[in-house]
Write a protein that binds this ligand. Sequence first.
Ligand code: ADP
Length: 476
Amino acid sequence: MNLNPTLWIGGKAVQGAGSFAVTNPADLSTIAQAPKASAAQLDEAVEAARAVFPAWSGLPWAERQKLMRALADAVEANTDELARLLCLEQGKPLKGFAGMGAGFEIGGTLAWMRSTAELALPPETVQQDEAVSIEVHRKPIGVVGSITPWNYPLMIAIWHVIPAMLAGNTVVLKPSEQTPLTTLRFAELANAILPPGVLNVLSGAGELGAWMSAHEGIDKIVFTGSTPTGQAIMRSAAGNLKRLTLELGGNDAAIVLDDVDVEAAAGKIFATAFINNGQTCAALKRLYVQDGVYDALCEALAGIARSVKTGNGLAEDTDFGPLQNERQLKIVEELVNDARARGARILCGGERTDTSGHFYPITLVADIEDGAPLVDREQFGPVLPIIRFSDVEDALRRANASENGLGGSIWSRDIERAEALAARLECGTAWVNHHAVIQPNAPFGGVKGSGFGVEFASAGLQEFTTIQTRYVYRNP
Ligand code: ADP
């Protein structure tokens, strides 16, 4: 295990100008000192990325594809070590509830790497006749700055950098200061494969992200994180008109109609609300349930909640780990305490018992209404508000009365009606009878306060390119 992490600049391991401690959220011990990059080191990384850009973007597409496949092989060969590092720094269990822990993140990472590596962006012909040929070509943008969060450190880094590099861009990647270690280890593996300067990785806090957003040598920022930080990035990106892809917060609503099979729905609802301990952008975060099945669904969910175990993710039988950091833990605690003070009914959890790490139990809160912060704000943790409704139109209105618009779902046996309702949800991804499911071959992105631009598939790859339309007249 690499516990002497370094920055990666121009293909070389470089000591940070400073350092900072990385904490294990399960026992609050220090795992390692991570390197802290200075503004001068960012300049060096950008310079290295710019220097190699002509050669990298000039490679045939198939050559870059081969290298992307090789990166996936390198991740696969180091699965156990990467999963353990993820568990230590992020908190997620090695195995976890329904097998959706660190191993699941590595599996997803590989699936996205391999699926993305097979994409291509051939030119489109608009017109072809004796006089003229008009084609639309895609060109890489230049240097892409990638800023990632702490919930899925490796998978989200891959979502950013693989399509960026495949399209011919070079990259400066900054992991979250909460979880830099897995990404720095990936940087080491990648730099043994890629030409120097194609993938530079710098760790540091928010100020490094702010320097990147304002840097004249960076042409695009792809960011996954909170809405306020996305807004700050957008403001500082104006200087050189940086292109932006912003995947921001979500407060996804699910609307459950009273014709559902309660037991079957409860299993999926639980899994998609508490995926990664609720620390997932597109997790199910507000559960609207129609009168007829409200009590039965509450009971079914509470039954599952009572059967799961929260603890240190290294233990085989742990379903859910700690929250990743203390700030998030405090947010969750405050939201639940506020809900309790308003008279909401805590079906399970709601009190910390294990304080040896950032643990908070799986918590279900019933008899709560819109207007309560637990409903209106993104909790990003292991607590789910369950709101009762009788009129479907009213539920739809409440679901859409949010600044966010990442995902949403409708649950019913009447598929046609459910899809018609899903189409009216104001969000980038809508599900019928599921939630939070994403695939590398389907675009994913938010509307409203959840950001703009999409990731994955051809549409996601296009975000790392600009269009050049070519008119070629045959006669001068
Ligand atoms: P959270 O509040 O949950 O930590 P953030 O959106 O602040 O989420 O963090 C996501 C990423 O954004 C991290 O890598 C963080 O260091 C970075 N970041 C924080 N502040 C800024 C900023 N002002 N500009 C650019 N990046 C930032």
